[in-house]
Every structure is written in C-alpha cells, then in structure tokens.
Design a protein around this ligand. Structure first.
Ligand SMILES: Nc1ncnc2c1ncn2[C@@H]1O[C@H](COP(=O)(O)OP(=O)(O)OP(=O)(O)O)[C@@H](O)[C@H]1O
Ligand SMILES: [Mg+2]
Length: 226
C-alpha cells in the first residue's frame, strides 16, 4: 500500500533560554494508507510533537516529512493551513469545541475554511454536517451547546467535526484520556468504523486496551523503538 506519511530523520529541538530540548531525535516513521496506528510511550517522549508535526501544526528542525508524497517539512504556513483543512481531521484530548456554537455549527465550522474549488454553499454545508452528526449518533443533540453534553458526547462531536471534510487521515491525541470506560469503548469503536471506511487513523494513547487491534508504534526519547 501507498505511504501516506513518511518521516525521515525527524528532529525537533526547542530552545529555552540557553538550554535545548530535543523532543524528537532523528525519528523515522512510515504510515500506509488505510492503517490504524497507535503511538504509545512515556510522558515527554515526543508523541504530541510528532502528531502535531504530521498534522502541519509544527515543522521539524531537521529531517524530511512527506504527506501523501508531498514534502510538508519545507512548506510555508499558508500551504500547511490549506493541507490541514483539506486532508486532516484533528481530535484532541480536550475536545476543543467552540462553546457558543451548537453541535451542528461546531461540525459545520471546518467547511468554512475550504478554499476555491472545494468551497460549499451554506445549505450543502449544513446537509453534510447533519450527515456527520448522524454518523456519531448525536442527531437528538444536534441543537445542544457543548456545555450541556457529556464528555463522551463532546468527543463524538469532535469526531464528527474531524470527518466533515472527508480527510485522508485523522489524528487523535489521547482522544479518550478524559472519558470513562464505556465512553472510551464507544469512541474507539467509532474510530475503527471510520478506519474501516478507508480513513487512516493515527492515535496517541497511554492505554494498551485502547490500542487493541491497531498497529502499535512505541516511542521513547524522541525515536520510535518498535
Ligand atoms: N513548545 C515547547 N517548548 C519547549 N519544550 C517543549 C515544547 N513542546 C514540547 N516540549 C518538550 O518536548 C518534549 C516532548 O513533548 P511532547 O508534548 O511531545 O510529549 P508527549 O509524549 O506528548 O507527552 P505526554 O504523554 O505527557 O502528552 C517534552 O520534554 C516537552 O517538555
Ligand atoms: Mg502529549
């Protein structure tokens, strides 16, 4: 299968005053199209740094990163922003929903960032948002504000929002970190369903159970060890 993500000798060095922190130390990673990958490792080992880099929220200090065959490590911010909107769905541990917007409007929101050929009119955007809310089983809550939802429901909104632009892949940084075991199982099932439809999923997790039936990559001190 085709490489969707290819990272070669990735370094990320943060400078704080006179000290340097090497969050990634020459990390190599390949993710094929259609895979479900779990990234596991101790706190501070570089998991979020790697995920943010794959998602174009951050760039490597050294090394090359290719997404869908295109080198993103040398892209300018504007190009990265465009790639993020079109190809990538993000799910964060803390949901990051817009508090003043309803479930429907939160899910519709990323479609406003599409440019030129991909832009949809308002009624098409709403129709697509309704479809995604339905996929995550939240149609009965479609008019709710996030504050009225349970944690698991909020995370399902975040998944619907991540799906809405038909991304090539979904990046999830500890998507179940704040949830009880029932809500966790629900979210992981949803991610597997999305993956079964062909969307590549890359997830950071601390929990072995959550990583069941996925390809586990272990990261330690900024490199993948297995
Ligand atoms: N913006 C930053 N400036 C300076 N150092 C940073 C920055 N972001 C991350 N680091 C450092 O880089 C290292 C890797 O951080 P990262 O957030 O990738 O770890 P992680 O594996 O996601 O940890 P956790 O499991 O706790 O979320 C840590 O030592 C962290 O302190
Ligand atoms: Mg992290």
């Amino acid at each position: 299968m085709k490489d969707l993500v290819k990272g070669q000798e990735l370094w990320k060095t943060y400078k704080l005053d006179s000290t340097e922190v090497h969050a990634l130390r020459g990390l190599n990673i390949t993710v094929d199209e259609g895979e479900f990958v779990s990234i596991m490792g101790p706190s501070g080992s570089g998991k979020s740094t790697l995920l943010n880099m794959i998602g174009g929220l951050d760039t490597p200090t050294k090394g090359k990163l290719y997404i869908g065959g295109k080198e993103t490590s040398s892209m300018k911010d504007k190009e990265l922003t465009k790639m993020r909107a079109k190809d990538i769905g993000f799910i964060f541990q803390t949901f990051n929903l817009l508090p003043a917007l309803s479930v429907l409007d939160n899910v519709e929101f990323p479609m406003r960032n599409l440019t030129n050929g991909e832009k949809l009119d308002k009624s098409s955007r709403i129709q697509r948002a309704e479809e995604c809310v339905d996929i995550v089983g939240l149609t009965p809550r479609i008019k709710y504000l996030p504050a009225k939802l349970s944690g698991g429901e909020r995370q399902r909104v975040a998944i619907a929002r991540a799906l809405v632009n038909n991304p090539k892949f979904i990046l999830a940084d500890e998507p179940t970190g704040n949830l009880d075991s029932e809500a966790t199982a629900n979210i992981i099932n949803l991610l597997h369903e999305v993956n079964d439809q062909g969307t590549t999923v890359i997830m950071v997790t601390h929990d072995l159970d959550t990583a069941k039936d996925t390809k586990v990559m272990k990261i330690r001190d900024g490199v993948i060890e297995s």
